[in-house]
Every structure is written in C-alpha cells, then in structure tokens.
Design a protein around this ligand. Sequence first.
Ligand SMILES: C[S@@+](CC[C@H](N)C(=O)[O-])C[C@H]1O[C@@H](n2cnc3c(N)ncnc32)[C@H](O)[C@@H]1O
Length: 219
Amino acid sequence: MRSDGHLKVTEDGSHTLFSERFGEHYHSTHGAIQESRHVFISSGLAEVDLSSPSILEIGFGTGLNALLSLIYGQENDLPIRYTTIEMYPMSTALVELINYTETLGYADEYRLLHNSEWEEWINITSYFHLKKLEGDLVTTRLTDAYDLIYFDAFSPEAQPELWKESIFGKIANVCNPGAVLTTYSAKGAVRRSLQATGFEVERIPGPPGKREMIRARKL
Ligand SMILES: C[S@@+](CC[C@H](N)C(=O)[O-])C[C@H]1O[C@@H](n2cnc3c(N)ncnc32)[C@H](O)[C@@H]1O
C-alpha cells in the first residue's frame, strides 16, 4: 500500500508531505528540517553518549530523520545502526521531488535510503547501517535492542492505536537500559503511558511553534 499525498514547502523552505489518509502533515509546517533536527537529533542523538548507537524509528516516511542521522554520524565519526518501520512507503516519484538534499547535500545517500531493500541490513555509508521494515507497528515483531527511539507516528488524535500503553510496552521490551525515546508530542496521556511502561519522562522545549515535547528514558 503506497502513501499518497502532496508536498508543501514549510517555513524553513524544506518540504513536508500532507497525508490524505491521515489528514495531517508529516512534519511541522513551521519547518520540517528544523523540527526533525530539534526533536530527534539535538534532543535525541546528540544526547546519547554511546560509541555506536542503535536507533529505532517509528515511521520512515520521507526519510528525513534517517538522512539527518546519517549526516550526524558522518560529521561526528559515529557509526549508527538504524532500524525503521513504515506501513505506507512513499512512491519513488514523490521521493524524487523532495528538496532536502538541495540544502543538506548527500543526494546519492538519500536516494539509497529510499531505494535500498527492505528487511535487510544495508550499508548506506561506512557509518550508517540501515534496516527498513515494511509493516504495521501494531503487528510487526520487534527484535534487536535499541539505545534511541524516534517516535514519529502521526498525532495521537490521528492514530490513537499507536500511542497506547501496549505499543510503548512493546517498545520498552526492546530498549536497552537507559535508552532514550523522543517525540514531538507533549500530551499528558502519552506521558502517563510512557511512565506506566517503565520510562522516566521529562518535558523539554519543543521546536519553533511548539512549547514542549517529550523525552523519556528507560529505567
Ligand atoms: C508523521 S509521519 C513521519 C515520517 C518520517 N519520520 C518523516 O520524517 O518523514 C508518520 C509516518 O508513520 C507511518 N505510519 C503510519 N501508521 C503506521 C503504522 N501502523 N506502522 C508503521 N508506520 C506507520 C506513516 O506512513 C508515516 O510515514
């Protein structure tokens, strides 16, 4: 099942996609690159003090979080293992139109992120090892163990089934002790579900346009 939608230029000049299926944008319209950098890189990857972090992303989508992580790894000599799960992969035609590499560079790597085989470990660069899982987070069996979780589903209003205690419990089961989870949401119900599944939760400043977001740590 392919993702359908249309591209929109956000306030920092970078594209986001509007999902017809979920009635929401993939990123903040205040700035897609700006939001991903803030929520997942500065508040997540840059805070994890490990020589080779293992990341799990919920929702590969446009591949923006993966690209920013690849660049971070490259610039910081940091080898990253990156697993991502996606139920509705984007069409190649849409990927070709996205403007991220006009400002970020890494056009070949970005294309490879999208074109690489699913369900297999692929070396995108010598620092970035990718495994894309095609499927539904609700039913896909998660294996491996992760140090950092990018929880980037559509909002709790659009996808209540993904922000439930049972899902956070499933994720907690594959977290290494001290693993960090970041997400753009700051909802009380999300915080409580994370706490109930063994995470210590803090509210930290959100990206432009959003007062707060959640960062949680597996106890
Ligand atoms: C808010 S978008 C963010 C995507 C991505 N991180 C990005 O930067 O473009 C949410 C993503 O989750 C995917 N998704 C929605 N429901 C899902 C499910 N049940 N299992 C796995 N992925 C899902 C959507 O197709 C979409 O790509």
